[in-house]
Design a protein around this ligand. Structure first.
Ligand code: LMR
Length: 329
């Protein structure tokens, strides 16, 4: 009797364990470097909601914003090692992985409009670019937009010559390095999480970012001037650890792909709105003076930055650059 009773309890305990295991959700750790209220932060939140709803709780998405888990370079290493499952790094940060082609997005003025940008990111060129991640153990899911960058510094910047001699923070892209050198500035690669402090301590004189990043990182506290140059693009590739992704049950992967498609639509809808809102908010602080270029000044910036494309196209791939230019024509 005693033996039967203890057998009953052991089996019951085992069944409980099995069912708890069957119900424990698949966890996706999604790390990123911007604030939760920046466009990428908001799109990540939307993905979390959509993914958890679509999978009826079988997937749990844990968000780690603002470099709380990893900084720029570390987060890519962490993804490859499987310490996190999902990231959305800026397209300017893939060079150190050995993927130079993503730097095509950094070529100044390469996208004359958002329509051209979307025809690239949502079309065959974008698909081919994401495929380049596979040999690195990474699956590319999508592109998220965050609009065009503006220069900021502690002195007024109207013409390209105003940049000369400044030390400016850049992301880890050789194209951005070339861009700054062409302007006679000194580029300084820094992780995004280090930018505010570097500006505050005058380790660097200025930087480039869309208004949404400048505002949500409070860079307006440490930059007296900002100029709407819209000279370069900032967007993201949403990526996952390939082994993790391939190992998911097929139905869950389908649901997550659907959630990602919807989150991408959301990301690309809010990017411009959020940047417009952020620019208005920066102006309202009264701490950073925002300068709008006149037509002559705009032309001077284009002319000054034109040589960048010629200098970098060999590195990136002439065909890729030509194909994007074709979309823009
Ligand atoms: C930067 O490092 O300036 C940006 O790429 C940060 C981001 O992810 O928007």
């Amino acid at each position: 009797m005693k033996i039967r009773k203890s057998l009953f309890f052991s089996i019951a305990a085992m069944l409980l364990q099995v069912s708890a295991f069957a119900q424990s959700p698949i966890v996706i750790k999604f790390s990123h470097v911007v604030a939760s209220d920046a466009p990428k932060g908001q799109a990540a939140q939307r993905f979390k909601e959509l993914a958890e709803k679509a999978t009826h709780g079988r997937v749990k998405v844990e968000l780690y914003p603002n470099s709380t888990l990893y900084k720029d370079k570390e987060e890519l290493e962490a993804l490859q090692l499987g310490a996190v499952q999902m990231l959305a790094p800026s397209l300017a940060k893939f060079g150190p992985l050995g993927i130079k082609e993503f730097e095509v997005f950094d070529i100044p003025y390469i996208f004359p409009s958002k329509d051209v940008l979307y025809s690239v990111t949502q079309g065959p060129i974008g698909k081919d670019l994401l495929k380049k991640l596979e040999p690195k153990g990474i699956t590319g899911l999508s592109f998220w937009d965050n609009g065009f960058k503006d220069f900021s510094a502690n002195k007024p910047i109207h013409l390209p010559s105003d940049i000369k001699g400044l030390r400016l923070r850049i992301q880890s892209s050789k194209v951005l390095d070339t861009q700054m050198r062409v302007l006679g500035a000194t580029p300084q690669v820094l992780a995004f999480s280090e930018v505010y402090q570097a500006l505050r301590s005058s380790f660097v004189d200025g930087t480039e970012n869309p208004p949404s990043n400048l505002y949500t990182q409070k860079m307006y506290e440490v930059q007296k001037h900002m100029t709407i140059t819209n000279h370069g693009y900032l967007g993201y590739a949403v990526i996952v650890n390939k082994k993790f992704w391939d190992g998911l049950p097929g139905d869950i992967r389908d649901e997550l792909n659907q959630a990602m498609a919807e989150a991408t639509m959301y990301a690309n809808t809010i990017a411009q709105q959020e940047n417009d809102k952020a620019l208005a908010a920066v102006k309202k602080t009264g701490k950073t003076k925002v300068y709008v270029l006149n037509d002559q000044e705009k032309a001077a910036w284009r002319k000054a930055l034109l040589p960048v494309q010629k200098e970098v196209e060999q590195r990136i791939g002439k065909d890729l650059v030509a194909n994007i230019n074709k979309e823009a024509a």
